[in-house]
Design a protein around this ligand. Sequence first.
Ligand code: GLU
Length: 650
Amino acid sequence: MQALGRLAQVGPQALVPAQHLAFLAFTFSKSSRLGDGREPAKSLPHRLRAALGGLLMGATLCIAAQAQTAAPVASAQPEGASKFIQNPGWHFQKQAVAAANPLATEAGYAMLTAGGSAVDAAIAVQMVLSLVEPQSSGIGGGAFLVHFDGKNMQAYDGREAAPAQAGPDLFLGPDGKPIPMKQAIVGGRAVGVPGALSMLAMAHAKHGKLPWAFLFAPAIRLARDGFAVSPRLAALLAGETALQKDPVAAQYFYDAQGRPWPAGHVLRNPELAAVLQRIAIEGPDALMTGEVAQTMVNAVRRHPSNPGLLQLGDLAQYKPVLRQALCTNYAVAPKTYRLCGMPPPSSGMLTIASILGTLAFTPAASLSFTGGQPGADWLHLYGEASRLAFADRALYVGDPAFTEAPAGDWLSLVQPAYLQARAAAIAPQGPVMPKVQAGTPGAVQAPLNWMPMPEQTEHGTSHISVLDRWGHALAMTTTIEDAFGSRLMVNRGRGLAGGFLLNNQLTDFSFSHSGADGKPVANRVQAGKRPRSSMAPTLVFDADSGDLQLSGGSPGGAFIIHFTAKTLYGMLHWGLSPQAAIDLPNFASLEGTTFLEKGRFAPASAAALQARGHQVLEIPLTSGLQVIAREPDGWAGGADGRREGAVLGD
Ligand code: GLU
């Protein structure tokens, strides 16, 4: 436990997580049986459970995390801002979990201390997140997980898929025009086949060390006995208008007068506890077939105003995919790093590698970093490199089962010679480039006949990073898309309150399927296809030694790419700790607009960018970054104070 003492950098406000830990200790010392009286398929020896309970009780004395007592501030941003928390940063020697909510972090850490692997911890984290951070991710959603087993990388794709009945006109109205985003999100239309749980089962079969059922104990216990609504969840509920229209969600998230539960209210979700118990015993089939599957289908197809196309067969046939990780070398003299992440259907790592690789052919690295934020010269170069990268992303990236990679290889988009030629269009002192087009990478003889996808908003996600005692690590980004997803809460109608929310991931497809000239959009809706993502779970290695350097990622829709790129740049170029890199002001650039995190940049920066022709918009940019990174004498962790992240390790 003495390593945990290193975390004790904050004072009495650490009480909230400490209470949570005590609660989890109670969970583990009492929960030898699953809640309905059945024994788990395999269970941990009694002595181990008892030891775990004791360990966690002890940890309550020395654990520290951030305060969560400040009043929440609702905001206009879709998964909006809540109160900023100044996190201290964390240090450890051997193993750690970083997640977006302290209760989830604690559940993951409990698995590590019980002898679990990184994947074991991630499963426990995900199940607790389904309960305590329902706005962001859960068993009704999808996820990507990149894993390092000490030698090789695995990239697990649990992305949602379009139902077999869905086609390119899914999001077109009777007039043949795309329907408004909000209208598409709420209801059954945008619900994709959830893939997170099946993907986790696949990863567990390969990398799990603890019994599957054991990983569900913390979430089941918290769902049954209750958890304190977090300030962020309370703030998002207060700003929500669509969730109340779902009868199950209205009853669960709001009181009899229709007021959202405040922070600190103890919320119980017995329906989710019951579903998780079945999954603990039977595996993902308990979700993807039978009664729960039928309930999902009914919720989607019978939605009164916006029904969808999900069928039982879509759920039963869903398969997670084990892919080859997408890795590129990235030089920061004198070192060379290897950046690894998900290949398509995610555009995340590809676009990050494109931005950073393009910046390498500009003076960006020679510009000084002073005053705790990048200056206008650097921001200009970053914005221009991003516009080039996003133009390629809009044209080329889609589900590889349906979409041919340019020149037959996604890496053609990040080849140095290609990026160097692209970077030549950037004027370091401005003005901004006129309209930016996609390039023709590699040996693309006849450019693919695609129409670029117009930029659409995306939001509502969570990031998990884990390092285990074997030096195996993962980065997992997990989502139900919008905040509270489709606002459809699945409940089997057995008189138990609560349930779980379904995703609206299909809105990550392009609403228009083709351009005026009939050219198709690569990321158009097709039956069984997975929508393009921006999620960027990232592992970074020393390219020479092969040693793992860091695991990280963020929610934030298309801004994920920028939040993650910022953090990588801050650590790799500017030598910042994970926490300092996360805390850097956020910035982003999508096609035209340059976004700066509101209230965080010197006014002179915005003015200097405008003088170069940037259209600048200052808005809250609510990243949810979590990072674990090697440092000279061990490992450091950072969690985003813009949300409720916490890191635990020893
Ligand atoms: N649905 C988005 C994606 O997969 C993520 C949404 C978010 O981060 O809020 O790229």
